[in-house]
Ligand binder design. Structure first.
Ligand code: ZN
Length: 321
């Protein structure tokens, strides 16, 4: 697997307005999920590690919130690269991002093979690509808003929860990132040494007619189909067998279109929705499914497994009577 030159562009504007906590569901699922996951871990898996480098001017309390969010992701994803692997290094900055944008994220390069391009985190962690020197990605936080830097998910009425935005932006660094470039050439894929390659994530997208993105353009994929769909097997399994709607408004929204879940219920409440609404510190089963389709081993296990665990527990208890 080879490494591209530096690339530019942001996917992952988290705009001001939806992300609902699943606390009601998780309070009982969580211990069971952790227990099941430990049993299912292959022996060669290790913890996935994120390293943050903070630019001067990033408030110390924001650094604490970002490190906390990184710890959450480290508890959710496993490092499955064979042999040596490395940490994912992300630079964090705090600056003016315009009127409605809370945060943005992007990779600094992509890994590529003959067919596809991959995010730095996926190249390193899932394929063992070695890059010890470079920053892998950048996340910027807006300095225009009143942030809540606590890690308990309890912001005041006029505050934005920094952990929620940090968790969301890291989500773009580990998978939720498309390669469509509307601002320059309306093409899919990265032009690397003369050949366009789709981002791995792109290959799971379909529009209403079932068309898929084609590297280099010339395709019939409708990027403003409102929505388009993610059709990976694991994600569909977590969504009752249905395709997952992906945000693709009829007016293309740079940084938001194609790299987020759609703004319809229940997806609008999940972490990778494009609009901020409430505190969200956890992954939905659908998002875990998407990460699995992208190659990650993710914990906790999907709810289907959890439910099986609970059913068998109940079964055992009854049998003992
Ligand atoms: Zn985003």
């Amino acid at each position: 697997m080879r490494k591209s030159d530096e690339i530019r562009g942001w996917a992952g504007d988290l705009e001001v307005t939806v992300c609902n906590l699943h606390a009601k569901k998780l309070w009982w699922q969580f211990p069971v999920a952790i227990g099941m996951s430990i049993l299912l871990l292959p022996a060669c898996s290790m913890a996935f590690m994120l390293d943050f480098t903070f630019e001067p001017g990033v408030p110390a309390d924001l650094q604490t919130a970002v490190n906390y969010a990184g710890g959450l992701w480290e508890s959710w994803l496993l490092d499955t690269a064979s042999g040596e692997s490395e940490d994912v290094e992300i630079k964090i900055d705090y600056r003016d991002l315009g009127a409605n944008v809370l945060g943005e994220a992007g990779p600094t390069y992509v890994w590529y093979d003959d067919d596809y391009a991959y995010l730095p985190s996926i190249g390193a962690i899932l394929y063992g690509a070695d890059d010890t020197d470079n920053m892998d990605g950048v996340i910027n936080f807006s300095n225009r808003f009143t942030w809540y830097y606590g890690t308990d998910g309890n912001p005041g009425a006029s505050q934005y929860d920094a952990v929620t935005v940090a968790v969301h932006e890291i989500g773009h660094q580990v998978g939720f990132y498309d390669s469509y470039e509307a601002s320059t050439n309306n093409k899919w894929g990265y032009n690397i040494t003369g050949t366009y390659r789709l981002m791995h994530y792109d290959t799971f997208l379909r529009d209403e007619d079932g068309d898929a993105p084609v590297a280099g353009g010339g395709d019939s994929f409708n990027e403003t189909d409102n929505p388009v769909y993610f059709v990976g097997t694991n994600a569909k399994l977590a969504n009752g067998g249905d395709d997952i709607p992906i945000y693709a408004p009829s007016s293309y929204s740079p940084g938001s279109s194609l790299s987020h879940l759609d703004v319809q219920e229940p997806f609008s409440n999940y972490m990778m929705a494009p609009l901020y609404h409430e505190v969200c510190h956890d992954l939905s089963d659908v998002e875990i499914g998407i990460l699995r389709d992208l190659g990650w081993q993710a914990v906790p296990e999907p709810a289907t497994v959890v439910l099986l665990g609970l059913s068998s527990l109940i079964f055992v208890l009854r049998r003992r009577r």
